[in-house]
Design a protein around this ligand. Structure first.
Ligand code: NAD
Length: 268
């Protein structure tokens, strides 16, 4: 995309101190948006992302918070209000894994992932929608009243043995997104999701960091390369922009074909 497709817009990006969230925050700033850069435990990393944006004459502010806690979520949006005068885009990106086979999974690990990956996404999207409605439409800023983008996963569709909490959370995000989109489309709020395939980030280092692991992973990716965070960030810029104004309630799979049942590519 050329120019500044998000000029004048304000975004809250959760889990923006690393990986996909960081890349989205940087790409949004590059596209002209002011960004609330949320970090959780890694304060220095969150501040470094903000500093990188400010160095390039962008607008950003670092705000700590645990997105599974309603009060912390409020704080993110209050920062968007006080620093940038409001919010137009919410990216519910923060997520984590706590893997174990089903028979061994602790209730604690089940709850940890559901609380963050599903409930955290719900809290951020709900608060964003409330703020959009309070602000009202500003056609000079964007055709839509507001945009919500969930960072889901191919595992909203592909069952994943050994990761039942994560797959259940991402499957839940899919229905959260579609139901929310259906409920709010008539009020000019666009709700969508991006489902990344395998992207090189800290969440899955063991899956790509050694040549043997990368070879194994590539068998699952018809396009023949492991994804980069920029693949997701550029999709997010487009989805948040007015170029995608008619895109409502859709999951954009950015996965090099991972969700195409690659085991069947030679006829099964
Ligand atoms: P990552 O570990 O780099 O990013 C996760 C981010 O979430 C981190 O910045 C972390 O600080 C933040 N976070 C953790 N707990 C938090 C909390 N309680 N409150 C706020 N933030 C919190 O990994 P990533 O790959 O960039 O993951 C980002 C999103 O992308 C996740 O939702 C993940 O499920 C999804 N995803 C990643 C891949 C992939 O291959 N990397 C694939 C599909 C989906």
């Amino acid at each position: 995309m050329s120019g500044k497709p998000l000029a004048g817009q304000r975004a809250v990006v959760t889990g923006a101190s690393s990986g996909i969230g960081k890349a989205i925050a940087l790409a949004f700033a590059e596209a002209g948006a002011a960004v609330v850069v949320n970090h959780h435990s890694d304060v220095a990393a969150g501040k470094a992302v903000t500093a990188e944006i400010l160095e390039k004459e962008g607008r950003a502010v670092s705000v700590g918070g645990d997105v599974s806690k309603p009060r912390d979520v409020q704080r993110l949006f209050d920062a968007a209000d006080s620093h940038f005068g409001g919010v137009d885009i919410v990216v519910a990106n923060a997520g984590a894994q706590a893997d174990a086979p089903l028979l061994e999974m602790s209730l604690e690990d089940w709850r940890k992932v559901i609380d963050l990956d599903l409930t955290g996404a719900f809290l951020c999207a709900q608060e964003g929608a409330r703020r959009f409605l309070r602000q009202g439409l500003e056609p000079n800023r964007s055709k839509a009243l507001g945009k919500v983008i969930f960072v889901s996963s191919v595992h909203q569709r592909i069952p994943w043995a050994g990761h039942v909490n994560y797959a259940a959370a991402k499957g839940g995000v899919r229905m959260l997104m579609e139901t929310m989109a259906q409920e709010l489309a008539g009020r000019a709020i666009r709700v969508n999701a991006i489902a990344p395939g395998a992207i090189k980030t800290p969440i899955n280092t063991e899956a790509w960091a050694t040549p043997a692991a990368a070879r194994k992973l590539l068998k699952l990716i018809p396009y023949g390369r492991i994804g980069e965070v920029e693949d997701i960030a550029q999709s997010a810029v487009w989805l948040a922009s007015d170029a995608a104004d008619y895109v409502v309630g859709t999951t954009l799979f950015v996965d090099g074909g991972m969700s195409l049942y690659p085991a069947f590519r030679n006829g099964g």
